[in-house]
Design a protein around this ligand. Sequence first.
Ligand SMILES: [Cu+2]
Length: 196
Amino acid sequence: MAVSSARVGLLLALAVFFWQSIPSAAKVFTVGDSIGWTVLNSPNYTAWTFSKTFRVGDSIVFEYNKQFHNVLEVKKADYTACNNDSALATYTTGNDSIILKTAGHHYYICGVPGHCLAGQKVDILVDKGKAVALAPSPSAPSSSAAPSISPPFSSSNPPTSSSLAHAPSVGARLMLSVTLVVGVVTTCFAVLLVGF
Ligand SMILES: [Cu+2]
């Protein structure tokens, strides 16, 4: 009887483990949501990432006026120093969709002088947990999708440096995932030891 209940326990643990492994649908995140990619009103992109969980396969979209901004993917040191001299990738369409292909940090800044220093930078930490199911490639956005409105830059509203301290919650989320997996594995071993 003890063995059969242990087996049920083991099956349950395995079911939980595999359920956790089932990929969910890929998500698309518009950086800054409705505010987009800008220096106006000092958006805080670090704060924007707080409530998001990015997974491999998800996409981020930078929406901006390409006359005033661009997007550079940079290394951590260049992200920290706002150095736009050695970008890993450059995006300039005003509506750039980027698929997050690897776990870990992905650093993006605006390469227009002063903008990164004013807070136009974002550190996307892609979760090391389960990947998402890659949806079929969406059709490329048509050029007509680019915003035709060019919001004037108001000199009366200069951007100010915003606090860009790293988010502790990102690490916390990662720890939660690791803890979950370790817990399931430990449960499996415990069930095996008790049952057999
Ligand atoms: Cu900019």
